[in-house]
Design a binder for this molecule. Structure first.
Ligand SMILES: Nc1ncnc2c1ncn2[C@@H]1O[C@H](COP(=O)(O)OP(=O)(O)OP(=O)(O)O)[C@@H](O)[C@H]1O
Ligand SMILES: [Mg+2]
Length: 319
């Protein structure tokens, strides 16, 4: 287990989330899913775990849409992701071979950056081709991370009409192939904010009302404790001190896995074995206010302070 606050984890280091993931698969059986939650709560790693441990009957493709600023970027991202995933995922060699015979000429022949008029066809053909090459009843599952952020970027770059057009088109595709195509969108900026601004621009549709909408909760206590314990084992902590340290982290940090990594990372940088010490009189950690907490904010996270061991002979920090 690697201490890695904010980084992309190795799939084996993604702890817990089984209950949530089980629920999401059950929803996907019947309809698409929109997941929203505060930043850094673990949305991306939930998607990555779902892709890694994909249920039978689905062929998943993960896309991070944060850097998509135009429809052409989106089209390129879809085709690129499919091509790359099919060549690297285990057990899909047969799909990869079929895809590579189906599409290369089509993609090569299209000038994607100027695909304004053809993007609808390109998107529809990408999903239709995937559906056709997948076995029998296998569903294509598009895991689209940071979907509202992409819409926000598109709206700024290309205006509200383009975004409305895209949302309507995606909805039509979902409904037309409800038997074989699923989307799971996640976002830390609320989709409702993007939709509200589209409504202000005159759009009256509700383009995601065919999808279920759920909020990702913080990690449960047992998972948080398991994560804290596993990470503490990577530090110089004395094994006997780890259960108490882990409990203290669970108590102070709550189920925010990013903060658990961050606190343990800070403890790991102490030049002595960490242990619970000092006088605990700190307020509970507040939830991050800005979309992405800056490192400087996190360095002063109360949990980090609480868990520092008071040096021998030092004055107690509180009466
Ligand atoms: N299930 C997990 N097990 C272990 N660590 C986790 C888990 N989920 C998240 N983390 C830790 O929290 C960090 C943030 O997770 P992640 O990037 O998945 O959150 P997010 O909700 O997608 O954040 P953002 O809103 O910034 O996109 C990860 O880099 C990792 O350190
Ligand atoms: Mg994320």
């Amino acid at each position: 287990m690697q201490i890695n606050p904010g980084g992309r984890l190795d799939p084996k280091d993604v702890v817990g989330r089984d209950r949530e993931i089980d629920r999401y698969w059950r929803v996907l059986q019947r309809q698409g899913l929109l997941l929203s939650a505060e930043p850094r709560i673990g949305k991306t790693h939930i998607l990555l775990k779902m892709r890694e441990e994909c249920r039978r009957g689905y062929l998943p493709f993960y896309q991070d849409l944060e850097a998509v600023h135009s429809i052409a970027d989106l089209v390129r991202s879809v085709y690129g992701t499919v091509e790359q995933s099919l060549s690297t995922l285990p057990n899909v060699k047969a799909y990869a071979a079929k895809w590579s015979t189906l599409l290369p000429k089509k993609i090569a022949g299209i000038d994607v950056p100027t695909a304004d008029a053809t993007w609808q066809v390109l998107l529809a053909e990408a999903f239709e081709s995937l559906i056709n090459l997948a076995d029998g009843n296998t569903r294509i599952l598009m895991l689209w991370d940071e979907f509202p952020l992409m819409l926000h970027n598109l709206q700024r770059r290309a205006g509200p009409d383009t975004v409305i057009h895209l949302l309507d088109h995606l909805r039509a595709l979902r409904l037309a192939r409800a038997d074989r195509l699923r989307f799971l969108f996640t976002g830390s900026i609320g989709l409702h904010l993007v939709l509200r601004s589209l409504r202000e621009a005159g759009n009256t549709n509700d383009p995601v009302n065919d999808m279920a909408s759920l909020t990702v909760p913080p990690m449960g206590q047992p998972d948080t404790r398991e994560l804290a314990t596993a990470l503490l084992r990577e530090t110089g902590a004395v094994p006997a001190a780890i259960p108490r340290l882990a409990s203290e982290i669970v108590k102070r940090v709550g189920g925010f896995p990013y903060y658990v990594h961050h606190v343990v990372d800070q403890l790991d940088q102490l030049r002595r074995p960490p242990e619970v010490g000092g006088c605990v009189r700190h307020r509970r950690p507040s939830r991050p206010r800005s979309p992405r907490p800056r490192e400087s904010q996190l360095l002063h996270h109360p949990s980090v302070v609480v868990l520092y061991r008071r040096p021998a002979g030092a004055r107690p920090p509180c009466p």
